[in-house]
Design a protein around this ligand. Structure first.
Ligand code: SF4
Length: 348
């Protein structure tokens, strides 16, 4: 079973200065620690009949279930086709071997110059800031990622920073994971301060789902270090369906914008979740209402265990054509695929 334990982070963090009031940290961390981790409880809480449980247990044995309460509360009880539930409900199909679906679909192992460091594209470097996620998405292309081998110690963080200092062509640091916001603000503030001290760095980008699944993550401690760094801030949220954006998520987006953050969204095109023109149009509209610009619509990365989410390229192109007929250009996400070895994402 794949386990991403927040405790890994906590042991790392103990070496960093405490700049965040503990009481503010604990609200979202408590929600994180209380997330549903048992497939039986997930089925029971949503009123699914017992027929779903064996499959859920089989999928869970391959990649553990994790669903925070705040995300669960937006699902329709008794509906196994709920688009939010489908993203997190383990299924027996995850155990099927499907040709072309592999453990490292983006060949990230070939672009790892140091522990917790991925350098694929010119000008930007990705740092694995946390091995943990607040939610385990069944289609995640990193569901088999060797987080244990890529969780840097403090010394290794210094090596990563040295790598960025030595390459003046790098202008953007991307915090990823797991979910970078699963790390404490104490650790993130420490990292942001050191990144800001690298003169050629212009931007700090975070790819996160935490403000969506636990909106309380956007608290004063987070906003403090975000609003005080000299770096330009971009937060790329990961939202696949309009139902994910309730009032609390919209308020979290508002707080991020107030801290000077540019908000973008990337989605994954998923069978049974958002594979209709109407659903994608609603998502773009709802994102914009919340102050977030649609950025990318990714086709599924062929990761082992996620083949049942696949939407063909032909269908994807038809969906985009239909969407173009409904939305203004600035609400159109770019349909892309990530191909290992390419210099950028590839438009379809
Ligand atoms: S939050 Fe992101 S990294 Fe974590 S499981 Fe979901 S898609 Fe993967």
């Amino acid at each position: 079973m794949i386990t991403r334990s927040p405790s890994v982070l906590q042991s790392q963090e103990s070496t960093h200065p405490d700049v965040t009031p503990l009481a503010l940290q604990s609200a979202w961390q408590a929600q994180l620690s209380q997330a549903i981790r048992d497939p039986g409880e997930l089925c029971r809480r949503l009123g699914l009949d017992g027929g779903w449980l064996p499959g859920a247990e089989r999928g869970h044995s391959l990649f553990e279930v994790r669903v925070p309460e705040a995300f669960l509360s937006r699902m329709r009880p008794g509906d196994p086709q709920d688009p939010l539930l489908r993203q997190v409900l383990p299924l027996a199909a995850e155990g099927e071997v499907v040709r072309g679906y592999v453990s490292d679909p983006l060949a990230e192992a070939d672009h790892t110059p140091g522990r917790g460091l991925i350098h694929k594209y010119a000008g930007r470097v990705l740092l694995i800031a946390s091995p943990a996620c607040a939610v385990n998405c069944r289609y995640c292309f990193r569901r088999h990622f060797p987080y244990g081998e890529n969780t840097p110690s403090r010394t290794q963080w210094e090596d990563s920073l040295e790598y960025l200092r030595d390459d003046v062509s790098i202008t953007e640091a991307i915090l990823s994971g797991g979910d970078p916001l699963a790390a404490s603000d104490r650790q993130l503030a420490w990292l942001a301060e050191r990144l800001a001290a690298i003169p050629h760095l212009k931007r700090l980008r975070l790819h996160t789902r935490l403000p969506v699944v636990i909106p309380d993550r956007v608290d004063d401690a987070l906003l403090h270090w975000l609003s005080t760094t000299r770096l330009q801030k971009v937060v790329v949220l990961h939202i696949n369906h309009a139902n994910e954006i309730d009032d609390a998520v919209a308020a979290a987006c508002e707080r991020l914008k107030g801290a000077g953050v540019t908000l973008l969204n990337q989605s994954v095109l998923l069978r049974g979740v958002n594979d209709s023109v109407e659903t994608l149009a609603n998502l773009s509209e709802r994102l914009f209402e919340a102050g977030v610009l649609p950025y990318y619509l990714h086709v599924l990365d062929p990761v082992a265990g996620a083949a049942h989410f696949d939407v063909t390229d032909e269908e994807a192109r038809e969906l985009i054509a239909g969407l173009r007929g409904q939305l203004p250009g600035f609400l159109m996400p770019r349909l892309v695929r990530e191909i290992p070895g390419e210099a950028s994402k590839t438009p379809l």
